[in-house]
Design a protein around this ligand. Structure first.
Ligand SMILES: [Zn+2]
Length: 68
């Protein structure tokens, strides 16, 4: 059986729309989050809160990824 790209381990559960939305967000979240001050890597601390691993600045952005 062919596995759909958008299913990501959910099988047939939760509906197509919800799985697609989740896959979209997860993709962005898995990518490296860039610090808006120095363009280096930053880490997500909590919902919408990120901290740069280079300059140490804390900043707010999207809930799951750095939104620009
Ligand atoms: Zn930085």
């Amino acid at each position: 059986m062919a596995k759909k790209l958008t299913s990501k381990g959910f099988g047939a559960r939760y509906g197509k729309r919800a799985r697609e939305k989740y896959a979209e967000i997860e993709d962005k979240q898995r990518k490296k989050q860039k610090c808006p001050f120095c363009d280096k890597k930053s880490k997500r601390i909590s919902k919408g809160i990120f901290k740069c691993t280079s300059c140490g600045k804390k900043f707010a952005s999207g809930a799951f990824y750095v939104d620009k």
